[in-house]
Design a protein around this ligand. Structure first.
Ligand code: FES
Length: 388
């Protein structure tokens, strides 16, 4: 009998602690789940699902109110910690409804904010991370987080061959799988080491957070940050320009996975030669869609919408919203805000290219062009086919 494979619960870094300074609200994604990260005025860090439990608007579009996060749509405020609704501005005298945000575990340690999926109410403890022994948020230079359009395994392989700035001698790299942490050290100690933590954003996208442990003055810190950024940018460009061919049956690849699973005492091992060879092939050039409109003339042009389920078509005149045109033809689409912020009118697109004008979809969802918010968005192509 096949047993479902149980994915281990792991802690992942979502951002550096400094990313939450000055009441910043940080939006991110972990394995395809949108998350909002923020720090209340009392210092507590919160990791919440990026979705208002009232109408589904992204909370990351909202406002920091000291010890609450306020949804920008109806102004409902949710309290730091449990995420319970504390106030509904439209009914200030009434007690708040028993509704709460979906919260995730949040720990601030080693200069990063970490979270972990919870299963059956259980959350594993954040493991001791060998690489971070003795490292504090004040004794390191944080690097700018870099997002790479490549899967986590490819980024990990590339980082195992990372070259430290000012490293004259051979380097070693160690990967600690239970927290996706990778350390690069120079063997003679001449160059400052670097610790990278990988965040699987979603399939094919990985975010690399990093720090350089040590006490540095401002000039040293800036020089280190610049040097690492140049290297990380080059690594990102190389990975994104190439399609990595899986080499999981190759001896080199097996060496990597054995290395990753080695006991802690054996994790730091000198690497005389690069551990991995990446077999790479040029990515097939993406055919750009034919230009059907001139820039600037598609904002208000008329277009036709084909309705896949009902079989009809709707003409959308210039300066008429798609939602109004659909309603005029008796096509019912559920809506709430009608301003492109709540996501209620999300509709699958089967053909054609939408002109997105909402504040709800993220960049990846926009680029996919397989759904749209019909209350505010229009069409780039002369026709759209919607799943209506
Ligand atoms: S996004 Fe709210 S109704 Fe369209």
């Amino acid at each position: 009998m096949n047993e479902a494979k149980q994915e281990p619960l792991r802690w992942y870094a979502l951002c550096t602690a400094g990313a939450l300074d000055n009441a910043a609200i940080h939006r991110t994604e972990l394995a395809g789940v949108g998350l909002v990260v923020w720090r209340a005025d009392d210092g507590r860090v919160n990791v919440w699902e990026d979705r208002c439990p009232h109408r589904g608007v992204r909370l990351s579009l909202g406002h920091h109110r000291g010890d609450t996060l306020q949804c920008q749509y109806h102004g409902w405020q949710f309290a730091s910690g449990e995420g319970a609704c504390r106030m509904v501005p439209a009914h200030p005298q009434a007690s708040a409804p028993p509704i709460r945000v979906s919260t995730w575990p949040a720990i601030e340690r080693h200069g990063f904010v970490w979270t972990c999926r919870t299963a059956h109410g259980e959350t594993p403890a954040l493991p001791e991370i060998d690489s971070f022994e003795g490292v504090t948020a004040n004794a390191c230079a944080p690097l700018r987080s870099t997002t790479i359009d490549a899967d986590l395994a490819s980024v990990q392989r590339a980082l195992l061959a990372y070259v430290l700035p000012n490293a004259d001698a051979a380097e070693c790299a160690a990967f600690e799988g239970e927290c996706e942490t990778l350390t690069v050290e120079s063997l003679d100690g001449a160059a400052a080491s670097a610790i990278f933590v990988l965040q699987p954003v979603h399939a094919g996208k990985t975010r690399v957070h990093g720090i350089v442990p040590g006490d540095f003055d401002a000039a040293q810190r800036l020089a280190l940050q610049r040097a690492h950024q140049t290297r990380l940018n080059a690594l990102r460009d190389a990975l994104e320009a190439m399609a990595v061919v899986a080499t999981e049956t190759s001896a080199e690849s097996e060496a990597v996975f054995r290395f990753a699973e080695a006991p802690a005492s054996a994790r730091i091992a000198p690497i005389a030669q690069p551990l991995v060879r990446m077999d790479i092939a040029p990515r097939t050039p993406v055919q750009s869609a034919p230009q059907t409109t001139q820039p600037g003339d598609d904002e208000e042009r008329a277009f036709t919408v084909h309705l896949a389920r009902s079989g009809g078509s709707v003409e959308v005149p210039a300066h008429t919203s798609l939602l109004d045109a659909l309603r005029a033809q008796g096509v019912d689409v559920p809506t709430s805000c009608e301003q492109g912020v709540c996501g209620t009118c999300l509709t699958p697109v089967l053909d054609g290219e939408p002109l997105h004008r909402d504040a709800w979809l993220d960049n990846r969802e926009r680029a996919a062009n397989d759904c749209m918010l019909v209350c505010v968005s229009r069409a780039r192509t002369p026709t759209l086919t919607l799943d209506l």
